[in-house]
Design a protein around this ligand. Structure first.
Ligand code: F6P
Length: 319
């Protein structure tokens, strides 16, 4: 293989740049030409390619977001869009593509490989909802961002003796909410994977106040409930002063943590090793500290289970 491409797609995740840097430098180390694709799959359709060299990825390992830019591309979901992308790749002589992103991006990589282009997927999403990897690039940084925000909210919650509802991202999954809720000592964590009863949540809050607690922090995964509604119900039922905070996109930004930079560098380096061996349709993952390789089809047909040990522990510790 003489020429490969790399793209970032879907929601940006801190550490994507570190992965791109590793891919570019490892490819150049092997004497392979490497092209960046701007704006994910949209860039494949529009032939938005740029040749990358060692210095084009200098000074980016520590930066959040993605210097290749990203997009969500509906046209690529169609067969016509995929054929256009294939034609452009062939015209450019790009023989394999490394795709960095979440489940939508892996779906795109899978579609390309079915058309005959070798693809390697690198999981990168703050939602951490990809099966066959313990961690996705960006999750650790986002979790630290949320915990930092929760530390700050705690100061106000205690001073005003208030109940705070904090909505965190995660789309349909509760991994980010569970992890950050446990790390922050939240009283209650609501996740889409586990049914909950707001009456029981209110009872728990009230018991806490009776015991002398000065505040309550409820972490709500965006896929679990409407946090504004949760806040309204809790205030009405308990009579306690309640505030709702939606952390939103600030969770996706910021400098990647050391963990995410190293994970991204490992994934990026290994992805080049795989693609130059003509490996098709595989995703890299990290399980128990080891790099693992799984068929993208298998990844896409699986749902990552919530860590029930963490969930049960959080419940016991937050009594
Ligand atoms: O997948 C990452 C994520 O941040 C989700 O947690 C969230 O639901 C979604 O993307 C938001 O998407 P957008 O940035 O397109 O509004």
């Amino acid at each position: 293989m003489n020429r490969i491409g790399v793209l970032t797609s879907g929601g940006d995740a801190p550490g994507m740049n570190a992965a791109v840097r590793a891919i570019v430098r490892k490819a150049i180390h092997y004497g392979i030409e490497i092209y960046g694709v701007h704006r994910g799959f949209m860039g494949l359709i529009n032939s938005d390619f740029v040749k990358l060299d060692i210095s084009s990825v200098g000074d980016i390992i520590h930066r959040g977001g993605t210097t290749l830019l990203t997009a969500r591309c509906d046209e690529f979901k169609t067969e016509e869009g995929q054929r256009k992308a294939l034609k452009n790749l062939e015209a450019f002589g790009i023989e394999g593509i490394i795709v960095i992103g979440g489940d939508g991006s892996l779906r795109g990589a899978n579609a390309l490989s079915k058309l005959g282009i070798p693809t390697i997927g690198i999981p990168a999403t703050i939602d951490n909802d990809i099966a066959f990897t313990d961690n996705c690039i960006g999750f650790d940084t986002a979790a630290n961002t949320v915990v930092d925000a929760l530390n700050k909210v705690r100061d106000t919650a205690t001073s005003h003796e208030r109940t705070f509802i904090i909505e965190v991202m995660g789309r349909r999954a509760g991994h980010l909410a569970l992890y950050t809720g446990l790390a922050s000592g939240a009283e209650t964590i609501l996740v889409p994977e586990i049914p909950f009863d707001l009456n029981a949540v209110c009872d728990k809050i009230e018991k806490g106040y009776i015991r002398g607690k000065l505040h309550s922090i409820i972490v709500v995964a965006e896929g679990a409930a409407n946090s504004m509604e949760v806040g309204k119900v809790i205030q009405e039922k308990t009579g306690l002063e309640t505030r709702v905070i939606i952390l939103g996109h600030l969770q996706r930004g910021g400098n990647p943590s050391a963990y995410d930079r190293i994970l991204a560098s490992r994934f990026g380096g290994k992805a080049v090793d795989l693609i130059i061996q003509n490996t098709k349709d595989k995703m890299l993952g990290l399980i128990n500290g080891e790099l693992v390789i799984t068929d993208i089809e298998k990844v896409l047909s699986a749902t990552k289970p919530l860590d029930m040990e963490l969930y049960q522990l959080s419940d016991v510790l937050s009594f």
